[in-house]
Design a protein around this ligand. Structure first.
Ligand SMILES: Cc1cc2nc3c(=O)[nH]c(=O)nc-3n(C[C@H](O)[C@H](O)[C@H](O)COP(=O)(O)O)c2cc1C
Length: 241
């Protein structure tokens, strides 16, 4: 292959990967279209190429569909309404101002897309409950890790989870990662018969997103590279997109 063809192929690959990454969004309304089990297995096989410290591959994933998914959702909803689950604790309290501002911006965009007044706590609670039935997606994934591992191994799991989302998007599937399942670990572990040391880290909805649904419209903004990266030692300042 001559160099110009190789350069062209490299640019096309970079463009494809960039397009897939930039078109992934958290999707919270799905079509009823089923997802083939073989597709799920292919996504997980791709995702398992994620790096992990010393290649310990700490990810564990439970995939639910059909009646199993629906019954799990029912059990979680019942537990939520019974008020017996621990309160969500995935952010520190107080949340530092810079993060609180972004969280509030997210909430404003999210509830505006649903035409829910932020003061309407009942409507917000109803929307939050939709998490527990995987926002109506045909497939749910629960990601777990051995609780004896240290935070660095949770990074490995995070890379695996991102790979799942990218591998899914490349196949035309949409996802929503969901930490809101974490407080329900005891219900999930019992229902799915976790191994003793496994702990629920997060879940994910997987399916074909409904592009018309208002909740799927907002594109959440990102900080610019120059706002979060300090780049030093290069011969000249590059232009940052
Ligand atoms: C670890 C993690 C946990 C999340 N948990 C939830 C969740 O419980 N419910 C939900 O609706 N979205 C959840 N999200 C989705 C985020 O709100 C979303 O990724 C963020 O607002 C950026 O939007 P985007 O993914 O569409 O770019 C979660 C995302 C991540 C990475």
């Amino acid at each position: 292959m001559d160099n110009s063809v190789r350069d062209w192929a490299q640019q096309a690959i970079a463009q494809c990967v960039s397009t897939v990454m930039r078109s992934r969004h958290a999707v919270r309304a799905f079509k009823q279209q089923a997802v083939d089990r073989k597709l799920v297995e292919a996504i997980l096989a791709d995702a398992s190429t994620a790096p992990s410290g010393a290649n310990i591959q700490p990810w564990r994933v439970y995939v639910v569909a059909g009646r199993v998914k629906d019954e799990l959702g029912d059990a979680l909803l019942a537990a939520s309404r019974a008020g017996t689950m621990p309160a969500p604790a995935h952010f520190p309290d107080p949340l530092p101002d810079v993060f609180r501002a972004r969280l509030q911006d997210f909430g404003a965009r999210y509830y505006a897309s649903l035409e829910i007044d932020r003061a309407d706590t009942a409507a917000r609670a109803r929307q939050s409950e939709r998490n527990l039935h995987f926002f109506g997606a045909p497939v749910g994934l629960i990601f777990a890790i051995d609780r004896r591992l240290k935070p660095h191994s949770w990074i490995d799991l995070g890379m695996f989870v991102q790979n799942v989302m990218i591998a899914a998007k490349a196949r035309g599937l949409d996802t929503c990662p969901q930490v809101s399942f974490a407080p329900f670990h005891s219900v999930i572990a019992e229902y799915l018969q976790f191994q003793p040391d496994e702990v629920t880290v997060l879940a994910m909805s997987l399916g074909y997103g409904d592009p018309e649904a208002p909740v799927n419209q907002p594109a959440m903004p990102r900080e610019r590279v120059s706002d979060f990266a300090r780049i030093v030692g290069f011969p000249e300042a590059p232009s940052v997109p």
